[in-house]
Each structure stands twice: as C-alpha cells, then as structure tokens.
Design a protein around this ligand. Structure first.
Ligand code: PLP
Length: 374
C-alpha cells in the first residue's frame, strides 16, 4: 500500500476537492491580523471560494465588505446578507439593470475601465465607482500617465447624477511573475508610488480619493500599505502552488488538495493515469524543475495531507485524464482505485471547476451555481 493513498474516503468514485478548514482559518486569521495592524480595511475577493459557508468564516472573523468578479457572484453573496460589495470587474451598459437592483439593497460599487462604458447609462439610485488603474499588469485599466484624459474623466464623473467616485482601484497582477519577497516588494512599492502620485494629481479635480489594492503576493508579504484605504486579496484563503513558487506562502499554508482516483498504471513509460483532468484542475500550469506541471502530489497523513512529494507530478491533462509522472518504485505500490492527492497550481480556478468542497471532517460545502445571464 502506498503512503499516498488517502483516507478521507476509502475508495473514491470521482475526483474530490478537499478543504482543510484549519489551514484556511489560519490563513484568514493571519490576513485579518495583517490588515488590522496596518490600519486598512480587508475587503476580501470572494471569487476564490465562491461559497456561502466559507464567506461566513470571513464574517465571523470580522469582515463586513467583500469583492466579487461577477454580477451573479454579487447576487449570490447579497442573498447571504453581505451588504457592502464591490464588483471589481469592468462595468459595461449590459450590467446596468442588475447593478441598479443590487445597489437598491446594498452599498454597491462598480469599476470603470473605459469611459465609454457609462455612455447612455443612467442610475436611479446612488452607485459608488472606482477607476481601474493599470499599475503594470496590462490586463485592463486606465494608464496612470494619461493625466489629461483622467482629469477630464473625473471632471465629467463629478457632473453625473447618482455616481460617487470613490477612488482608484488596482490589481498588481504582475506580482505573479515575481519570485521571492524582494521582487514582490518591488512590484508593491512601484504600484503604490504610481497610485499615490495619481491620486494626488487627480484630487485637485475630484476631491479626496481612496486607494484600493489587492493581490495575494503583495498582501501576504507586507505589513504596511501606506496611503491605502483597503486591500482585496482573495487567493490567500486557500493559497496554491503558484503562491508557494512566488514565495507568498509555505506548502503547509495550502488549504485545498485534489483527491484523484488512479485509473491505470503505465510502468514502461513511468506514468500513472488518474481521474482528474482539465475539467477538474483547470489548464493552469507552472514551470517546476524544468517541467510544465499542473499539480504536485502530497502525502496523505490520515487526517489530511503533509509533505510534498515532488517526484509525483501531474504533467499532462486532457478533459478527464491526468497523466502523472512517477518513479517505478512508487508505481509498483499503487493499484487502480487508490487515491492520490495533488496540490493545485491555481486554487481559484480548481475550486471554480470543481463547484464544491469536502472538508477533512467530511462536510460538503457547496458553491454558487452557474446560471446564465438573465
Ligand atoms: N482584485 C482584482 C480586481 C482581481 O482581479 C483579483 C484577482 O484576480 C483580486 C483582487 C484578488 O487577487 P488575488 O487573486 O491575487 O488574491
């Protein structure tokens, strides 16, 4: 019998996403303490877990404000009593009616990444608005050096009925390319410098503006966020191999693992096949030891999982199959129906793909259902 055979269930019929609540609660406590010590509001991004049950852990820890990445997510959490929500995804006119409805029952903020997105849109009740600033990830957002255009925009927003400009919002997603605390600190420092300078320049036209930042690498490794009103990390609640590789968490801080049944052994090519493919893990991969991997195994310890087993790596994914590279002596100990545990590369996408969790005590936690746009 292999030590990698998991014990949460005797023999799994299908892949299962395991959630170690104690680790997640520890990650949460640390971030809550970090935000409190720095004097900033923690407005966690709930796109990572998308679960009422996990959201309630945040509420119990004192969080009152949240970030979401879709209207469906905003509606799902509003239905569970969250009443201070920021949609940190660019607004467009197709969102107007649902935003209006959300703003009638909660304090609701939208994010603007293009001035034309508000063209022809009128709100009947107060909506808060953040300007999305591109601090270097080049995903979307206003370019911070385009001061004339931004001044014109904030002046125009000042004339709009029911729109209240809250401030500047950024996600320094390029911190994911950093390796180690010094590299993360450089991204954080440069982003904050850019935002502070822009805020000071625009405040002459717009009045006081707040700063909202948030990426797990920056928020997990800094004790101070000078000039910032709120931070919006999300991934930290689970962490994953990407955060570990960046240097923003330890292996022991990763709170989710995929349990995958072995379906076939291929000793001649040094591989195993597990039930666990792209529809379970997502296609996010990382470079590890010169190889592209989609997950790394961890040893099950009877209560959950412990040490990393980097010699067992998920090196290929098709829709349902996962190809695991494994040493011959490990393959020898494994039989179809045994379960291997893998830490995911990107926990947000793996959780989204799996649609729910099982805690180590066997409790099933559901996530928001995916429904099409009304
Ligand atoms: N804010 C915005 C706008 C984001 O897009 C994200 C993540 O993509 C976050 C906050 C949370 O960042 P992280 O996933 O690094 O915790």
């Amino acid at each position: 019998m292999s030590e990698l055979i998991s014990t949460p269930t005797s023999a799994l019929s299908e892949p299962l996403l395991l959630l170690d609540e104690a680790r997640a609660q520890r990650n949460l406590e640390r971030m809550v303490a970090r935000a409190a010590a720095a004097g900033v509001r923690l407005r966690p991004h709930f796109k990572t877990h998308q679960s009422h049950a996990v959201g309630r852990w945040f509420r119990a820890a004192g969080c009152q404000a949240i970030t979401v990445s879709s209207l469906a997510m905003a509606e799902y959490f509003a239905a569970d009593g969250w009443s201070d929500i920021t949609l940190a995804f660019p607004f467009h006119r197709g969102m107007r009616d649902r935003v209006q409805a959300l703003a009638q029952r909660s304090s609701f903020a939208i994010t603007l990444a293009d001035p034309a997105a508000l063209g022809g849109v009128h709100f009947d009740n107060p909506i808060e608005l953040w300007l999305k600033i591109d601090v270097g990830s080049h995903r979307t957002g206003f370019e911070p050096d385009d001061l004339p255009a931004l001044r014109e925009l904030v002046a125009a927003l000042g004339q709009r009925e029911h729109i209240r400009l809250r401030g500047l919002l950024a996600h320094a997603g390029h911190s994911y390319a950093a390796r180690g605390p010094a590299a993360i600190a450089r991204v954080q420092h440069d982003s904050l410098q850019t935002l502070t300078a822009l805020r000071d320049a625009l405040s002459q036209t717009a009045g006081p503006l707040a700063l909202s930042i948030g990426d797990t690498p920056g928020c997990s490794t800094h004790d101070a966020f000078p000039g910032v009103e709120e931070i919006r990390p999300g991934n930290f609640i689970f962490n994953d191999l990407s955060q570990w590789q960046i240097g923003s968490c330890a292996i022991d801080d990763i709170a989710v693992a995929m349990a995958c049944p072995v379906v076939a052994r291929h000793p001649r090519r040094g591989q195993l096949v597990v039930h666990g493919g792209a529809v379970h893990f997502s296609k996010d991969a990382m470079d590890f030891d010169g190889q592209r991997v989609f997950g790394l195994a961890v040893a099950a310890d009877g209560r959950g999982w412990s040490t990393l087993r980097p010699e067992l790596r998920l090196v290929g994914l098709s829709q349902e199959h996962g190809i695991v590279q494994a040493p011959a002596e490990v393959i020898d100990t494994i039989r179809p129906g045994d379960t291997l545990l893998f830490l995911p590369v990107h926990s947000c996408l793996t959780a989204d793909a799996m649609g729910g969790y099982q805690t180590l005590t066997g409790e099933r936690l559901s996530m928001m259902a995916r429904i099409g746009a009304p």
